[in-house]
Design a protein around this ligand. Sequence first.
Ligand SMILES: NC(=O)c1ccc[n+]([C@@H]2O[C@H](COP(=O)([O-])OP(=O)(O)OC[C@H]3O[C@@H](n4cnc5c(N)ncnc54)[C@H](OP(=O)(O)O)[C@@H]3O)[C@@H](O)[C@H]2O)c1
Length: 336
Amino acid sequence: MRTRDFHGTPVGAVGLGCMGMSWAYSASERDDDASVALIREALDLGVTFLDTAQVYGDGHNETLVGRALRGRRDQAVVATKTGLVVDDAATHAMHRDGSPEHVRRSAEESLRRLGIDAIDLFYLHRVDPGVPLAESWGAMAELVAEGKVRRLGLSEVTVAQAEEAHRAHPVAAIQSELSLWTRDAMGAPGGIAGGGSDSTAAATGGVGDVVGWCRDNGAAFVPFSPLGRGFLTGAVSSADFEEGDFRAGNPRFQEEALKANLRIVEVVKTVAGRHGATPAQVAIAWTLAQGDHVIPIPGTKKSRYLRDNAGAAALDLTAADLADLDSVPLPTGDRY
Ligand SMILES: NC(=O)c1ccc[n+]([C@@H]2O[C@H](COP(=O)([O-])OP(=O)(O)OC[C@H]3O[C@@H](n4cnc5c(N)ncnc54)[C@H](OP(=O)(O)O)[C@@H]3O)[C@@H](O)[C@H]2O)c1
């Protein structure tokens, strides 16, 4: 697989989001042994940039990644996150805790569950409005000084927040949602206003060009949900989700909105047809086309999807493809 540079370490241009193996989507299809095998298959394919978080299954996902890494730790760049706490796993209810105490404690717990000596990339999952960013970030920087963490990242932040953190300790990566139907991190108009939990950005009218800020400041940009939570692959055609599926509560996935949004998928399918590619590959390749510093982390728990997604690294979209993809209709419905 083609690689991208992550601060001197080559990583597969397409990474792997491990969240769905423990959390969020189609719970009945989860299988721990299959997930461990899938992560190892990813490493075999050169998909080496692995993404997890403390909250995915309230520790369960980090434990799975830890199992998969046994004997293969050096082949992966391992990212996890702090700053959120699960209240109720069944409803995905969480609250923010960016206190230095939580940051420190959760890092120790993550290290133990992952079974590793140092976390390669440690993100603040969300900025806690009740704790100054400098305090959360300062506690994370102390973990770097102690050798428990190698690099620091932020998730779903504004450019102003990235700059504030970067002045105190280098921001190695920012992970935010980016896909054909969610372009807020590129400074798209409207920001993530209406995005419910993202009150900071809503209050300031947008997050700014976070993707460009990363390019200009030597940070990786890591698109999460690059497949639009499965929607952009064309595999989701009705709002008939199983109980507890996170998408059942998302405005974009309500029946009427979903039907309207299928117009976006039609464009993706047309571009895919030109290349003999799949819609998933086109959706991922579009994120890769946003800059050499971009490393998407599509999520799956299935081997056939993993291999499909890995194939996106070899797909070069033309200027005409990108023009078509950049003019897809705006989505109907907020993301949260
Ligand atoms: N920082 C944050 O706040 C944040 C938020 C959300 C996610 N993330 C990270 O980003 C990663 C990816 O995001 P995501 O999982 O939300 O969404 P995603 O990658 O956009 O989509 C995942 C969904 O697409 C399906 N899928 C995957 N590959 C497919 C293919 N080739 N063809 C058809 N369907 C396919 C998956 O199905 P199966 O599950 O059946 O394989 C799953 O339902 C997560 O795993 C997590 O690590 C971070």
